[in-house]
Structures are given as C-alpha cells and as structure tokens.
Design a protein around this ligand. Structure first.
Ligand SMILES: Cc1cc2nc3c(=O)[nH]c(=O)nc-3n(C[C@H](O)[C@H](O)[C@H](O)COP(=O)(O)OP(=O)(O)OC[C@H]3O[C@@H](n4cnc5c(N)ncnc54)[C@H](O)[C@@H]3O)c2cc1C
Length: 410
C-alpha cells in the first residue's frame, strides 16, 4: 500500500459495491471501508420482485460480487453496521457499534426505503413491504401458501409483485387512486396497455380508488377501499414509492432536497463527501436541473462514476436515465425523462405487446420505451440526446431504421 488515504463508503448495495470495485480498478491502493447496515453482502434488488420472488432463481444470482471478492481486493466490508453520525468537519463517521471511522473521501450510497402507509390497521400482521432480500423471502413464503393478495399501489413494484403473484396462481387485486397503472411515468395512454396486460392475466384492477384502512383481528383480513368496498385478502403488499435515506447527511448539515443534492460530479455540499444511486439528486448536464432516479442502471454507473471523481477525475455524470421492467412475458426498457409531453407516437401496435413508444415534446423525442423489442436502446438514446426534430410519420414507420433517424437527428 503506497497511499495512506482512507476512502469510506456508506451503503453496501449496488452503488456502494460498484464504487469500491472501481476505486481498486482505478489503482487506488489505500484503505477502502464499505459499511452496510444489512447482514448480506451487496446484492441486486430487481430479482426480488421477479424470478427470485417466484422461486425461479436462487440467492446466488443476487450478489453483486462473489463472497471472496472483497477480501481479495482488500476491501474492508463491515456488514450489519450502521453509520449513525457524520461530522464532515473532523472528518469522521460514528458507527452504531460505538466506534468512529475517519475518512479522506466519503461516498454516501444509502439508497431509499419504502414509503409507509399511515392509515388505520397499517401495523397489522400481513401488511408487507418489499425492499430487502428478507422482505422478498417473507413475501415468497406468502406466495407459497397461495390465497389472495391485495397490492396497494400500481407503480413498478406493485405491478411486478402483482404479475409474480398471478404467475404463482394467487388471486390478485391491485388498487390505486390513479386511473391506470404506472401512470406517473408512462401517462394514461401507455399505462392503459399495462392495465390490459394485467387484466388479461386475471388481475382485478381497482383503479381510481384509494385505501382507507386495513382491517382484521391481529392480522389483515380485508382492505377498506375509499369507495366503501371491503376487499377480503390473506395478505397485502404495499408499494407506494420510496423515500431517499437522507437523515445521516441532513443531520450533518449537508444540502438535501428530494435526496442529497450533488453537482454533476456527484459532490455534495460538504468537502470530500460524494453521493450516488437512489439517494443522489444529481445535476444533469443534459437537462440543466437536478434529477434523482431510482433505477438499477443509475446505481451501477453512478457508483463507479463517483469513485472516479473521489480519485480526482472531475468527470460529470451524463448518462440518460434508463430502467427496465419484466411483467409476465412482457419485458421493457425505458430511456430518457418525460416530465411532460404533447403526445405519444407508437412504432408497432401496442395491443400486440411488441412496440416502441416515443414521448414527444413538439417535434423532439424526450423518452422512449421498447416493449419486447430489443437492441434499440442505443438508437433511442441517440434520438433523445440529439434533441433534433423528427417527423412522427417516420418515427412510427417500422421500415425506417431507428439508427437512421438517430443518425439524421444527431
Ligand atoms: C424489489 C425491487 C425491484 C426493482 N426492480 C428494478 C428493475 O426492474 N429495474 C430497475 O431499473 N430498478 C429496479 N429496482 C431499483 C434498484 O434496485 C435500485 O435503484 C437500486 O437498488 C439502488 O441502489 P443503491 O445502491 O443506490 O441503494 P439501495 O439498494 O437502497 O442500498 C442502500 C444500502 O445502504 C444501506 N444503508 C442505508 N443507510 C445506511 C447507514 N446509515 N449505514 C450503513 N448502511 C446504510 C442500506 O441498508 C442499503 O443496503 C428495484 C428495486 C426493488 C426494491
């Protein structure tokens, strides 16, 4: 070891693990301390609502690295250990085992946690949330027992859990105050495609309906909907979004606004402290504003980018937001950021479940989603980045290669 510097990462999940890996790959030979409050070594969460939840994939598939990776790379992995205090002035962290850990650079990759519903009956047994592998194991045990489930929230987690539960043969009701599933991100038109996919698989979609209470004697037996209906069930899964884990940083006086505010190089307002992944609200050069996303690819790439910047590279993080979802036999990838749009242009017929949707502002593509169509992400991302005018007619025409449109727009 030629460096006597110590870089510390709080949050031993995807962003944190990738940051540790990258520090070593980039030649840093000082101390790396990776601190995580979970008992498991870093793992990936997407399978927790998909094949792992259904019992089709084992735990081995989840891990970011093999067990020996950390020792082999001389990365000090401190699991089951929580950072409970941060003093950037010293600088050091206080850990829940009573020890203190100094640092030269610190990465906060503390992620996000499920938003809790605060309604009557919220604490009844059988009201479940999904974030960790333990949550997924507990949910899988419920799926093994069969019966009926009410899924509260028709966002990505709710929609994927509903699909997995149906695939395991349970009776599934999804309830959400919005008019179609995934409406916040996809809008009403494309959300309706997903509604039809779920109803086609026998899910009861109670859209435009809120939840007033969970009822039962010790354990949840029914959900009281805002329209007065009582929905009998064996258990409930709540998926109503997540909140970034900002407390440690906020108490240390670091700027927070829907996540830890970081510049394009992922630096927080505190000297030597960076943030990446679900917790980071990063200034995005393409959008000229702060963007916080809760996507696997963002954790993967931002963790690595933050590590390079901790070593002094000063490279802005410019990747486009990208995420994927699998429900039944429908796989999709979404690129870009559509906070508002004029219309959606379809290439292919959405009822065939094989299409690309483009979200348009005037004559520009701001986001694109390919559904059961593959190897088009690069072209879609080039179209978005180019910000050049594209004709709807050519976007919709499957005979016009996307690469050609992207080339023309670039
Ligand atoms: C069920 C599920 C399915 C998903 N499916 C998809 C998908 O299909 N596609 C997609 O793009 N994205 C998906 N995601 C989102 C994706 O998994 C997240 O974006 C990603 O996990 C974020 O990684 P992260 O490292 O930023 O944070 P997290 O994964 O949230 O990890 C943060 C870690 O920090 C630890 N921590 C927090 N505070 C402290 C502290 N004070 N001290 C020590 N440790 C601390 C936490 O315990 C946690 O282990 C899914 C998420 C879930 C939950």
């Amino acid at each position: 070891m030629t460096s006597n510097r110590t870089h510390v990462i709080v949050g031993a999940s995807l962003a944190g693990a990738k940051a540790a890996e990258t520090l070593r790959d980039e030649g840093f030979d000082g101390r790396i301390v990776l601190i995580g409050s979970e008992a498991e070594r870093p793992y990936e969460r997407p399978p927790l609502s998909k094949d792992y939840l259904r019992g089709e994939a084992g735990r081995d598939k989840l891990y970011v690295h093999a067990a020996e990776f950390y020792a082999d790379r001389d990365i000090e992995l401190r699991l089951g250990c929580k950072a409970v205090g941060l003093d950037p002035g010293v600088p050091e962290l206080a850990l829940d085992d009573g020890t203190r850990q100094g640092y030269d650079h610190l990465l906060l990759a503390t992620g996000a946690e499920p938003r809790r519903l605060r309604i009557p009956g919220a604490d009844l047994e059988g009201v479940l949330y999904l974030r960790s592998v333990e949550d997924s194991d507990a949910l899988r045990t419920r799926l093994d027992s069969g019966g009926s489930v009410v899924v509260v929230g028709a966002g990505w987690i709710g929609a994927e859990v509903a699909a997995s539960a149906r695939q395991r043969g349970l009776e599934v009701t999804v309830i959400d105050p919005l008019s179609v599933p995934l409406e916040r991100v996809l809008g009403a038109e494309v959300g309706a495609v997903y509604r039809d996919i779920h109803t086609g698989h026998g899910v009861r979609m109670l859209m435009g309906t809120g939840v007033e209470a969970f009822e039962g004697d010790g354990r949840v037996e029914r959900v009281r909907a805002s329209d007065g209906q009582a929905l009998d069930c064996d258990f409930v899964v709540v998926g109503v979004g997540v909140e970034p884990r900002t407390r440690l940083a906020a108490e240390a006086g670091i700027a927070v606004a829907d996540g830890l505010v970081v510049d394009a190089c992922l630096k927080t307002s505190a000297e030597g402290v960076f943030a990446a992944g679900d917790v980071a609200s990063a200034h995005h050069p393409l959008y000229g504003e702060h963007v916080r996303v809760e996507h696997w690819a963002n954790a993967l790439n931002q963790g690595a980018a933050a590590a390079r910047n901790m070593l002094g590279s000063k490279a802005p993080y410019e990747r486009l937001p990208y995420f994927f979802s699998d429900q039944y036999d429908v796989g999709m990838e979404y690129s870009g950021l559509a906070r508002g749009w004029d219309r959606v242009v379809f290439r292919g017929d959405p009822t065939t479940r094989e299409f690309i949707a483009f979200w348009m502002v005037a004559d520009r593509v701001v986001a694109g989603m390919n559904v059961n169509v593959w190897d088009v992400t690069d072209a879609i991302q080039r179209l978005i980045r180019a910000r050049a005018p594209v004709e709807d007619r050519r976007l919709a025409d499957p005979d016009v290669p996307l690469a050609e449109l992207a080339g023309a727009a670039a």
